[in-house]
Design a protein around this ligand. Structure first.
Ligand SMILES: *Cc1c(COP(=O)(O)O)cnc(C)c1O
Length: 525
């Protein structure tokens, strides 16, 4: 297929007017007395708010902005067009897995009986939504090869926190909580943060030349004070840790556990199961692997799956089938079947709060239920073969990009790539252009930047993850843009170093924005 032509605007000339107008704050647009609604005349006796609320009533005005409906709608609609989104184009943020959010997920999540299920609804009237939760749990247990699961955690990092709480609770039950957690130098920053917040010392584990775990270094570092190893697999450079079974053995021989950061599970679904290669506890990101929205569209969901020996410590409550009539055969709740549990066991579902060893609740109610519905819709719409196919397509897409860019961008780790590929800016940096500059120039070509300067083990990293969502045409456009930028770096480096040129604002003071963010708007007096 011929390489498509692609050009980027170097001035604002082609941008539509509403895209160049800077949008004022609602507070700045406010004009006293404007309303976005009109209520019918009062047809019940008026009540004096002061009498009703007494001392709890605010004396001063809340200073809320006052606007008409159309001003309000235009404001938010314009803002929405400033955002890059997966619905606009490729979003190749490595490690973040910005896959398309299928509309069937949204359709199912809006079915009234599911969308309006209230967490305080009695269990007898909530069997439908409980069946959805139960089926998702069984699908995820099957996909991961683990024994038990909690859907409570609201994000990946929250899942890590929950998982390491399980690790700590189990070690405590063995008489010693232990002191440290081993974390490879390629790990996502949330891993060391999790270990620290769970009261563990973090010990760094150096990667070997292939970007994997050095088994000898691991064997030297694991001791009776090691609670667990937190391992991302495939790793953050998109490489499968092929020695995973030996790693698990080394840990288990010293009574330590293997935690798998499963944020990259989209490279394994339908192909390999962590439960089969020695993982004791792991988290999933429904908002990455299972296509629920993120990056502003959330909320997230970070289920934690574990082996049976950790099950007693799972957050409370857990979902169970109510005991059946005396004498009825007990129904094994194994991971073996995907669908049909309801048919084989008609007993109603119920939340069990009688969990004396539980680490407690980690989230109000039962987790982000709306995301459970979407993830289950995605799983069932694809089916087992379809899920395996998405994994294969994600890996194929990443390797296609790798093959097409390898001659212009440095590839520090030559190990087989899975769902993402990590280049470095070595060749471009020699000409004074860094990964951050290339990423900003990519914006002018209509793409969201890739992940910049992560993972840390690659200096000047360009981390690219296309996911299975992208067509060959879109991948070719992205490749053409990346190749065009590589040429610009050689011919007109200043163009790249001052990018983006097509946006409302160009280079912001990122340090100032992080250190001194303006979080409050105050009306001028
Ligand atoms: C995204 C990610 C996380 C954290 O997930 P959040 O939902 O953003 O908290 C952890 N580890 C890895 C490897 C990730 O890619």
């Amino acid at each position: 297929m011929a390489t498509p032509e692609i050009t980027a605007p170097k001035t604002l000339g082609k941008v539509r007017p509403h895209q160049t107008q800077n949008e004022a704050l609602l507070f700045e647009k406010s004009s006293p007395g404007k309303r976005a609604y009109k209520l019918p005349p009062l047809d019940v006796p008026a009540v004096d708010p002061a009498a009703l609320l007494g001392a709890t009533r605010r004396d001063a005005s809340a200073e809320l902005p006052e606007l008409s409906e159309i001003e309000l709608i235009r404001h938010f609609t314009r803002l929405s067009t400033w955002n890059y989104a997966i619905d606009l184009g490729m979003y190749p943020l490595g490690s973040c897995t910005m896959k398309y959010n299928p509309r069937v997920n949204e359709y199912v999540a809006r079915i009234a009986g599911l969308a309006e299920a209230h967490p305080y609804r009695p269990e007898s009237l909530a069997q439908g939504i409980l069946e959805v939760i139960d089926l998702l749990q069984r699908c995820l247990i099957e996909i991961t090869g683990m024994d038990a699961i909690t859907l409570q955690p609201a994000a990946g990092a929250h899942g890590e926190f929950t998982g390491i709480l399980l690790v700590r609770a189990w070690h405590e039950s063995q008489g010693n909580a232990r002191k440290k957690i081993l974390i490879p130098d390629s790990a996502h920053g949330t891993n060391p943060a999790t270990a620290a917040i769970c009261g563990y010392a973090v010990e760094n584990l150096k990667s070997n030349a292939e970007g994997g775990i050095d088994l000898e270094a691991l064997a030297r570092q694991v001791d009776e004070e090691t609670a667990a190893l937190m391992l991302t697999n495939p790793s953050t450079i998109g490489v499968f840790e092929s020695q995973i079974a030996q790693i698990a053995e080394i840990l288990h021989a010293k009574g330590a556990l293997l935690y798998m950061d499963g944020a990259n599970m989209n490279a394994l679904v339908g192909k390999a199961r962590p439960g089969d290669f020695g993982v004791d506890v792991m988290h999933l990101n429904l908002h990455k692997t299972f296509s629920t929205p993120h990056g502003g569209g959330g909320p997230g969901s970070g289920p934690v799956a574990c082996k049976a020996f950790l099950e007693p410590f799972l957050p409370t409550p857990i979902l169970v089938r109510a005991p059946q009539a005396p004498g009825a055969p007990s129904i094994p709740r194994t991971s073996a079947e995907w669908v049909g549990d309801h048919e084989s066991n008609p007993a109603p579902l119920a939340w069990n709060y009688d969990r004396p060893h539980s680490v407690g609740r980690v989230r109000a109610f039962y987790g982000n239920t709306g995301m459970f519905i979407r993830a289950l819709a995605y799983i069932l719409a694809n089916g087992p073969d379809g899920l395996r196919q998405t994994t294969e397509d994600a890996v194929l897409n990443a390797n296609y990009i790798r093959a097409k860019l390898e001659d212009v961008y440095e590839l520090p780790y030559k190990t087989a790539s899975m769902h993402e590929v990590v280049f470095s800016d070595k060749r471009q940096a020699a000409l004074g252009v860094k990964t951050g500059d290339i990423a900003k120039r990519l914006i002018d070509y209509g793409f969201h930047p890739y992940t910049v300067s992560f993972p840390m083990i690659v200096h000047g990293a360009l981390m690219i993850e296309p996911t299975e969502s992208e067509s060959l045409e879109e991948l070719d456009l992205f490749i053409a843009a990346m190749r065009a930028i590589a040429r610009e770096v050689e011919e007109t480096p200043d163009l790249v170093k001052t990018a983006p040129h097509s946006t409302r604002v160009s280079r912001l003071d990122e340090v100032q924005a992080a250190r001194k963010p303006i979080l409050r708007w105050r009306p001028a007096v």
